[in-house]
Unconditional design. Structure first.
Length: 410
Protein backbone atom coordinates (compact mmCIF):
# COMPACT_ATOMS: atom_id res chain seq x y z
CA UNK A 1 0.00 0.00 0.00
CA UNK A 2 1.29 3.47 -0.85
CA UNK A 3 -0.18 6.35 1.11
CA UNK A 4 -0.24 10.06 0.34
CA UNK A 5 -1.63 12.93 2.43
CA UNK A 6 -2.10 16.45 1.09
CA UNK A 7 -3.26 19.44 3.09
CA UNK A 8 -5.31 22.23 1.59
CA UNK A 9 -7.21 24.97 3.39
CA UNK A 10 -7.91 23.01 6.59
CA UNK A 11 -8.68 19.74 4.80
CA UNK A 12 -6.47 16.67 4.78
CA UNK A 13 -6.88 14.58 1.62
CA UNK A 14 -5.83 10.93 1.79
CA UNK A 15 -5.08 8.85 -1.27
CA UNK A 16 -3.82 5.29 -1.13
CA UNK A 17 -2.70 3.02 -3.95
CA UNK A 18 -2.66 -0.75 -3.70
CA UNK A 19 0.53 -2.72 -4.21
CA UNK A 20 0.30 -5.88 -6.35
CA UNK A 21 -0.18 -8.14 -3.31
CA UNK A 22 -3.00 -6.04 -1.83
CA UNK A 23 -6.65 -6.98 -2.31
CA UNK A 24 -10.01 -5.24 -2.67
CA UNK A 25 -11.64 -7.46 -0.06
CA UNK A 26 -10.28 -7.20 3.45
CA UNK A 27 -11.00 -7.87 7.09
CA UNK A 28 -11.54 -5.34 9.82
CA UNK A 29 -9.69 -6.24 13.05
CA UNK A 30 -13.05 -7.39 14.47
CA UNK A 31 -13.30 -10.01 11.72
CA UNK A 32 -15.89 -8.28 9.51
CA UNK A 33 -15.33 -8.62 5.78
CA UNK A 34 -15.48 -5.46 3.69
CA UNK A 35 -14.97 -4.37 0.14
CA UNK A 36 -12.97 -1.36 -0.96
CA UNK A 37 -15.04 1.10 -3.02
CA UNK A 38 -12.67 4.01 -3.56
CA UNK A 39 -9.13 5.02 -2.63
CA UNK A 40 -9.59 8.62 -1.55
CA UNK A 41 -11.17 10.36 1.41
CA UNK A 42 -10.73 13.55 3.36
CA UNK A 43 -10.72 14.84 6.92
CA UNK A 44 -11.88 18.40 7.46
CA UNK A 45 -10.42 20.09 10.53
CA UNK A 46 -12.00 23.06 12.31
CA UNK A 47 -10.70 26.55 11.56
CA UNK A 48 -8.83 26.59 14.86
CA UNK A 49 -6.34 23.96 13.67
CA UNK A 50 -3.04 25.64 12.91
CA UNK A 51 -0.36 22.97 12.65
CA UNK A 52 -1.54 21.92 9.18
CA UNK A 53 1.13 20.13 7.22
CA UNK A 54 3.49 20.32 10.21
CA UNK A 55 1.67 17.55 12.07
CA UNK A 56 3.90 14.68 13.19
CA UNK A 57 4.26 12.00 10.47
CA UNK A 58 3.46 9.19 12.94
CA UNK A 59 0.02 10.73 13.48
CA UNK A 60 -0.57 10.91 9.73
CA UNK A 61 0.66 7.34 9.34
CA UNK A 62 -1.65 5.91 12.01
CA UNK A 63 -4.61 7.93 10.70
CA UNK A 64 -4.01 6.55 7.21
CA UNK A 65 -3.63 3.05 8.62
CA UNK A 66 -7.08 3.18 10.29
CA UNK A 67 -8.48 3.50 6.76
CA UNK A 68 -6.09 1.37 4.70
CA UNK A 69 -5.24 -1.53 7.03
CA UNK A 70 -7.94 -4.00 5.93
CA UNK A 71 -6.64 -4.06 2.36
CA UNK A 72 -2.91 -4.05 3.04
CA UNK A 73 -1.05 -7.33 3.01
CA UNK A 74 2.73 -6.98 3.44
CA UNK A 75 4.01 -3.41 3.32
CA UNK A 76 2.96 0.19 3.58
CA UNK A 77 4.90 3.10 2.13
CA UNK A 78 4.12 6.48 3.66
CA UNK A 79 4.83 9.81 1.99
CA UNK A 80 7.04 11.06 4.83
CA UNK A 81 9.39 9.24 7.23
CA UNK A 82 7.91 7.71 10.40
CA UNK A 83 9.68 7.06 13.69
CA UNK A 84 11.62 3.82 14.22
CA UNK A 85 9.33 3.16 17.21
CA UNK A 86 6.24 3.14 15.01
CA UNK A 87 7.90 1.10 12.25
CA UNK A 88 8.86 -1.51 14.85
CA UNK A 89 5.23 -1.99 15.92
CA UNK A 90 4.19 -2.40 12.29
CA UNK A 91 6.87 -5.05 11.90
CA UNK A 92 6.40 -7.02 15.10
CA UNK A 93 2.65 -6.69 15.71
CA UNK A 94 1.32 -6.42 12.18
CA UNK A 95 3.90 -8.31 10.14
CA UNK A 96 3.93 -5.28 7.85
CA UNK A 97 7.03 -3.60 6.48
CA UNK A 98 6.44 0.14 7.02
CA UNK A 99 8.55 3.11 6.00
CA UNK A 100 10.44 5.17 5.18
CA UNK A 101 11.89 5.53 8.67
CA UNK A 102 13.57 8.65 10.04
CA UNK A 103 11.40 10.76 12.34
CA UNK A 104 11.81 11.34 16.08
CA UNK A 105 9.05 9.85 18.27
CA UNK A 106 6.26 12.22 19.34
CA UNK A 107 4.81 12.98 22.78
CA UNK A 108 1.88 15.01 24.10
CA UNK A 109 0.31 15.72 27.47
CA UNK A 110 -3.48 16.22 27.46
CA UNK A 111 -6.36 13.75 27.31
CA UNK A 112 -9.23 14.26 24.83
CA UNK A 113 -12.45 12.25 24.63
CA UNK A 114 -13.70 10.77 21.38
CA UNK A 115 -17.33 11.73 21.98
CA UNK A 116 -20.38 10.30 20.18
CA UNK A 117 -23.27 11.65 22.32
CA UNK A 118 -24.06 8.07 23.37
CA UNK A 119 -24.33 6.86 26.96
CA UNK A 120 -20.90 5.21 27.01
CA UNK A 121 -18.99 8.31 25.95
CA UNK A 122 -21.15 10.46 28.24
CA UNK A 123 -20.02 8.24 31.12
CA UNK A 124 -16.41 8.86 30.05
CA UNK A 125 -17.15 12.59 30.05
CA UNK A 126 -18.36 12.24 33.63
CA UNK A 127 -15.11 10.55 34.66
CA UNK A 128 -13.06 13.36 33.03
CA UNK A 129 -15.19 16.50 33.39
CA UNK A 130 -12.46 18.83 32.11
CA UNK A 131 -11.38 16.88 29.03
CA UNK A 132 -12.23 18.32 25.59
CA UNK A 133 -14.46 16.36 23.20
CA UNK A 134 -13.65 15.48 19.61
CA UNK A 135 -16.72 14.54 17.60
CA UNK A 136 -16.42 12.61 14.31
CA UNK A 137 -19.02 13.97 11.89
CA UNK A 138 -19.75 11.85 8.82
CA UNK A 139 -20.10 13.79 5.59
CA UNK A 140 -20.92 12.55 2.10
CA UNK A 141 -18.26 11.48 -0.37
CA UNK A 142 -18.08 13.21 -3.76
CA UNK A 143 -17.78 9.94 -5.67
CA UNK A 144 -19.69 7.36 -3.60
CA UNK A 145 -23.49 7.23 -3.21
CA UNK A 146 -24.76 7.13 0.36
CA UNK A 147 -26.46 3.79 0.89
CA UNK A 148 -27.47 4.63 4.45
CA UNK A 149 -28.96 8.15 4.39
CA UNK A 150 -30.85 7.89 7.69
CA UNK A 151 -27.83 8.41 9.90
CA UNK A 152 -28.12 11.86 11.55
CA UNK A 153 -24.55 12.86 12.36
CA UNK A 154 -25.74 16.49 12.45
CA UNK A 155 -28.18 15.79 15.29
CA UNK A 156 -25.57 13.95 17.36
CA UNK A 157 -23.07 16.77 16.73
CA UNK A 158 -25.62 19.36 17.87
CA UNK A 159 -26.25 17.39 21.07
CA UNK A 160 -22.50 17.25 21.71
CA UNK A 161 -22.20 21.02 21.31
CA UNK A 162 -25.20 21.57 23.58
CA UNK A 163 -23.36 19.89 26.44
CA UNK A 164 -21.46 23.17 26.79
CA UNK A 165 -18.16 21.30 26.86
CA UNK A 166 -15.12 22.13 24.72
CA UNK A 167 -16.20 20.35 21.50
CA UNK A 168 -14.18 20.06 18.31
CA UNK A 169 -16.08 18.73 15.30
CA UNK A 170 -14.11 16.96 12.60
CA UNK A 171 -15.91 16.12 9.36
CA UNK A 172 -14.90 13.22 7.17
CA UNK A 173 -16.12 11.01 4.35
CA UNK A 174 -13.69 8.21 5.18
CA UNK A 175 -16.53 5.77 5.92
CA UNK A 176 -17.33 5.72 2.21
CA UNK A 177 -14.12 4.02 1.15
CA UNK A 178 -16.14 0.88 2.00
CA UNK A 179 -19.02 -0.30 -0.12
CA UNK A 180 -20.08 -3.36 1.80
CA UNK A 181 -21.82 -4.04 4.03
CA UNK A 182 -22.54 -0.29 4.17
CA UNK A 183 -20.59 2.90 4.89
CA UNK A 184 -18.67 2.56 8.11
CA UNK A 185 -15.26 2.75 9.68
CA UNK A 186 -12.78 0.52 7.84
CA UNK A 187 -11.30 -0.06 11.30
CA UNK A 188 -13.10 1.07 14.47
CA UNK A 189 -10.10 3.30 15.17
CA UNK A 190 -10.88 5.46 12.12
CA UNK A 191 -13.24 7.40 14.40
CA UNK A 192 -9.97 8.78 15.82
CA UNK A 193 -8.78 10.31 12.53
CA UNK A 194 -9.62 13.78 13.83
CA UNK A 195 -7.96 13.18 17.20
CA UNK A 196 -4.82 11.98 15.43
CA UNK A 197 -4.65 14.91 13.01
CA UNK A 198 -5.34 17.41 15.81
CA UNK A 199 -3.11 15.78 18.43
CA UNK A 200 -0.22 18.19 17.88
CA UNK A 201 -2.54 21.23 17.79
CA UNK A 202 -4.22 20.19 21.02
CA UNK A 203 -1.07 18.77 22.66
CA UNK A 204 -2.79 15.42 23.11
CA UNK A 205 -1.00 12.65 24.98
CA UNK A 206 -3.92 10.19 24.99
CA UNK A 207 -7.44 9.76 23.69
CA UNK A 208 -10.32 8.25 25.66
CA UNK A 209 -13.10 6.17 24.12
CA UNK A 210 -16.39 4.84 25.46
CA UNK A 211 -15.72 1.14 24.91
CA UNK A 212 -17.12 -0.69 27.92
CA UNK A 213 -16.74 -4.10 29.56
CA UNK A 214 -18.51 -5.99 26.79
CA UNK A 215 -16.42 -4.51 23.99
CA UNK A 216 -13.14 -4.65 25.86
CA UNK A 217 -13.31 -7.93 27.83
CA UNK A 218 -16.32 -10.02 26.80
CA UNK A 219 -15.73 -10.25 23.08
CA UNK A 220 -18.07 -7.48 21.98
CA UNK A 221 -20.54 -8.03 19.18
CA UNK A 222 -18.55 -10.29 16.97
CA UNK A 223 -16.35 -12.35 19.25
CA UNK A 224 -19.46 -13.55 20.96
CA UNK A 225 -19.00 -15.02 24.42
CA UNK A 226 -15.28 -15.11 24.86
CA UNK A 227 -13.10 -13.53 27.53
CA UNK A 228 -10.68 -11.35 25.57
CA UNK A 229 -7.80 -10.01 27.66
CA UNK A 230 -5.84 -10.03 24.40
CA UNK A 231 -8.46 -8.06 22.43
CA UNK A 232 -6.51 -6.92 19.35
CA UNK A 233 -8.46 -3.67 19.11
CA UNK A 234 -8.57 -2.39 22.67
CA UNK A 235 -5.98 -4.12 24.85
CA UNK A 236 -3.00 -1.79 25.49
CA UNK A 237 -0.73 -4.61 24.36
CA UNK A 238 -2.95 -5.44 21.38
CA UNK A 239 -1.68 -4.42 17.98
CA UNK A 240 -3.84 -1.30 17.79
CA UNK A 241 -3.02 -0.27 21.33
CA UNK A 242 0.70 -0.59 20.68
CA UNK A 243 0.42 1.37 17.44
CA UNK A 244 -1.33 4.32 19.09
CA UNK A 245 1.09 4.26 22.00
CA UNK A 246 4.02 4.34 19.56
CA UNK A 247 2.49 7.47 17.99
CA UNK A 248 2.36 9.14 21.43
CA UNK A 249 -1.41 8.90 21.64
CA UNK A 250 -2.27 5.86 23.79
CA UNK A 251 -5.87 4.68 23.89
CA UNK A 252 -7.65 5.06 27.22
CA UNK A 253 -10.85 3.18 28.11
CA UNK A 254 -12.10 4.85 31.31
CA UNK A 255 -15.28 2.74 31.33
CA UNK A 256 -13.62 -0.43 30.05
CA UNK A 257 -14.31 -2.16 33.37
CA UNK A 258 -18.03 -1.49 33.62
CA UNK A 259 -21.04 -2.79 31.75
CA UNK A 260 -23.52 -0.80 29.70
CA UNK A 261 -25.87 -0.92 32.68
CA UNK A 262 -23.33 1.14 34.60
CA UNK A 263 -22.53 3.56 31.75
CA UNK A 264 -26.29 4.04 31.28
CA UNK A 265 -26.74 4.81 34.98
CA UNK A 266 -23.78 7.20 35.01
CA UNK A 267 -25.05 8.98 31.88
CA UNK A 268 -28.56 9.32 33.32
CA UNK A 269 -27.14 10.66 36.58
CA UNK A 270 -24.83 13.07 34.74
CA UNK A 271 -25.57 16.76 34.36
CA UNK A 272 -25.23 16.14 30.60
CA UNK A 273 -28.13 13.66 30.55
CA UNK A 274 -30.45 15.88 28.50
CA UNK A 275 -27.97 15.62 25.64
CA UNK A 276 -27.58 11.84 25.52
CA UNK A 277 -28.68 10.02 22.33
CA UNK A 278 -27.92 6.49 21.24
CA UNK A 279 -30.31 6.34 18.28
CA UNK A 280 -28.42 7.21 15.08
CA UNK A 281 -31.50 8.16 13.04
CA UNK A 282 -34.05 10.28 14.93
CA UNK A 283 -34.02 14.08 14.63
CA UNK A 284 -36.23 15.47 17.44
CA UNK A 285 -35.76 12.41 19.61
CA UNK A 286 -34.81 8.74 19.37
CA UNK A 287 -36.80 6.89 16.68
CA UNK A 288 -37.89 4.24 19.20
CA UNK A 289 -38.17 1.49 16.60
CA UNK A 290 -34.60 0.68 15.51
CA UNK A 291 -32.61 -2.22 16.93
CA UNK A 292 -30.39 0.11 18.91
CA UNK A 293 -33.36 1.92 20.48
CA UNK A 294 -34.81 -1.45 21.53
CA UNK A 295 -31.51 -2.68 22.98
CA UNK A 296 -30.82 0.55 24.88
CA UNK A 297 -34.41 0.71 26.15
CA UNK A 298 -33.88 -2.78 27.59
CA UNK A 299 -30.84 -1.48 29.47
CA UNK A 300 -32.47 1.76 30.61
CA UNK A 301 -35.62 0.00 31.81
CA UNK A 302 -33.47 -2.47 33.72
CA UNK A 303 -31.43 0.30 35.33
CA UNK A 304 -34.63 2.10 36.30
CA UNK A 305 -36.31 -1.18 37.39
CA UNK A 306 -39.42 -0.40 35.38
CA UNK A 307 -41.43 -2.11 32.59
CA UNK A 308 -40.15 -1.92 29.01
CA UNK A 309 -41.58 0.93 26.96
CA UNK A 310 -41.76 -0.09 23.31
CA UNK A 311 -44.27 -0.45 20.49
CA UNK A 312 -42.16 -3.23 18.97
CA UNK A 313 -43.45 -6.81 19.01
CA UNK A 314 -41.70 -10.17 19.02
CA UNK A 315 -42.62 -10.37 15.32
CA UNK A 316 -40.88 -7.05 14.50
CA UNK A 317 -37.89 -7.46 12.24
CA UNK A 318 -35.50 -5.77 14.69
CA UNK A 319 -36.64 -8.14 17.48
CA UNK A 320 -36.28 -11.33 15.46
CA UNK A 321 -32.89 -12.31 16.87
CA UNK A 322 -34.27 -12.31 20.43
CA UNK A 323 -36.71 -15.07 19.48
CA UNK A 324 -33.81 -17.43 18.74
CA UNK A 325 -31.73 -19.25 21.37
CA UNK A 326 -28.48 -17.61 22.58
CA UNK A 327 -25.71 -16.70 22.05
CA UNK A 328 -26.55 -13.06 21.43
CA UNK A 329 -24.32 -10.07 20.72
CA UNK A 330 -24.14 -8.08 23.95
CA UNK A 331 -25.54 -11.09 25.78
CA UNK A 332 -24.49 -9.91 29.22
CA UNK A 333 -26.83 -6.95 28.83
CA UNK A 334 -29.68 -9.12 27.60
CA UNK A 335 -29.21 -11.21 30.75
CA UNK A 336 -29.15 -8.08 32.88
CA UNK A 337 -32.28 -6.67 31.22
CA UNK A 338 -34.21 -9.91 31.51
CA UNK A 339 -33.27 -10.20 35.20
CA UNK A 340 -34.40 -6.69 36.17
CA UNK A 341 -37.39 -5.69 34.06
CA UNK A 342 -40.81 -6.37 35.57
CA UNK A 343 -43.12 -8.06 33.05
CA UNK A 344 -40.30 -9.17 30.72
CA UNK A 345 -42.52 -12.11 29.72
CA UNK A 346 -44.82 -9.67 27.90
CA UNK A 347 -42.06 -8.08 25.80
CA UNK A 348 -40.10 -8.99 22.65
CA UNK A 349 -37.46 -10.40 25.04
CA UNK A 350 -39.78 -13.05 26.54
CA UNK A 351 -38.17 -15.91 24.62
CA UNK A 352 -34.64 -14.71 25.42
CA UNK A 353 -35.56 -14.48 29.12
CA UNK A 354 -36.75 -18.10 29.08
CA UNK A 355 -33.54 -19.26 27.42
CA UNK A 356 -31.19 -17.27 29.66
CA UNK A 357 -32.85 -17.77 33.09
CA UNK A 358 -30.85 -14.83 34.44
CA UNK A 359 -31.48 -13.48 37.95
CA UNK A 360 -30.51 -10.41 39.96
CA UNK A 361 -27.90 -12.53 41.75
CA UNK A 362 -26.48 -14.02 38.55
CA UNK A 363 -26.06 -10.56 37.00
CA UNK A 364 -24.82 -8.60 40.05
CA UNK A 365 -21.28 -8.56 38.65
CA UNK A 366 -22.53 -6.27 35.87
CA UNK A 367 -23.05 -3.46 38.39
CA UNK A 368 -19.39 -3.33 39.47
CA UNK A 369 -16.05 -2.42 37.91
CA UNK A 370 -13.57 -5.09 36.78
CA UNK A 371 -10.30 -4.00 38.48
CA UNK A 372 -7.84 -5.07 35.72
CA UNK A 373 -9.54 -2.50 33.47
CA UNK A 374 -8.30 0.21 35.84
CA UNK A 375 -4.80 -1.27 36.04
CA UNK A 376 -4.38 -0.97 32.28
CA UNK A 377 -5.19 2.76 32.13
CA UNK A 378 -1.97 4.69 31.35
CA UNK A 379 -0.41 6.07 34.51
CA UNK A 380 -1.19 9.80 34.15
CA UNK A 381 -4.96 9.10 34.05
CA UNK A 382 -5.28 5.92 36.14
CA UNK A 383 -5.73 7.58 39.51
CA UNK A 384 -8.72 9.60 38.40
CA UNK A 385 -10.46 6.55 36.93
CA UNK A 386 -9.67 4.49 40.03
CA UNK A 387 -11.07 7.13 42.41
CA UNK A 388 -14.19 7.57 40.28
CA UNK A 389 -14.88 3.83 40.04
CA UNK A 390 -14.36 3.23 43.75
CA UNK A 391 -16.63 6.16 44.63
CA UNK A 392 -19.38 5.88 42.03
CA UNK A 393 -19.47 2.20 41.05
CA UNK A 394 -17.56 -0.11 43.39
CA UNK A 395 -15.12 -2.83 42.43
CA UNK A 396 -15.96 -6.45 41.61
CA UNK A 397 -15.17 -9.09 44.21
CA UNK A 398 -12.83 -11.90 43.18
CA UNK A 399 -15.84 -14.11 42.50
CA UNK A 400 -17.41 -11.43 40.32
CA UNK A 401 -14.15 -10.90 38.42
CA UNK A 402 -14.22 -14.66 37.81
CA UNK A 403 -17.48 -14.15 35.93
CA UNK A 404 -15.63 -11.90 33.50
CA UNK A 405 -12.72 -14.32 33.18
CA UNK A 406 -14.88 -17.38 32.54
CA UNK A 407 -17.28 -15.60 30.18
CA UNK A 408 -18.29 -17.94 27.40
CA UNK A 409 -17.09 -21.09 29.16
CA UNK A 410 -20.06 -21.93 31.36
ZN1 LIG B 1 -33.68 4.44 17.01
Amino acid sequence: MRVEWTFDDGVWHLAFLLDPEDELTGLCSDGASMELRTNTCQVRLPGTATSGPGVHPDLLAVAAWTVAAPWTRKRVTFDRPISPRLAEVFRTDWDVDAGPVGADPREGTRLAISYSSGADSMAVADVFPDAPFIYFHRESHPRVPNRWPNYRADVLARLAVETGRDVTIVKSDLEFVLSRPRPGYPEHHAVLAGALLLADDMDLGAVALGYELGSRWLGGDRYILRYTPDNPMWAPEGRWGRLFTAAGLPLVLPVGGVSEAVTMRLALESDLRDHVRWCLTGSDGPCGVCGKCLYKELIQAAVERRPLRTTLKATSAVARKWQEPPPYGGQEMIEYGCAHIPGIEDTPFAAAARYLQATEASTAWLERCYPPAIDEIPEPWRKQVDAYMVDRVGLMTDDQAQRVETWGTR
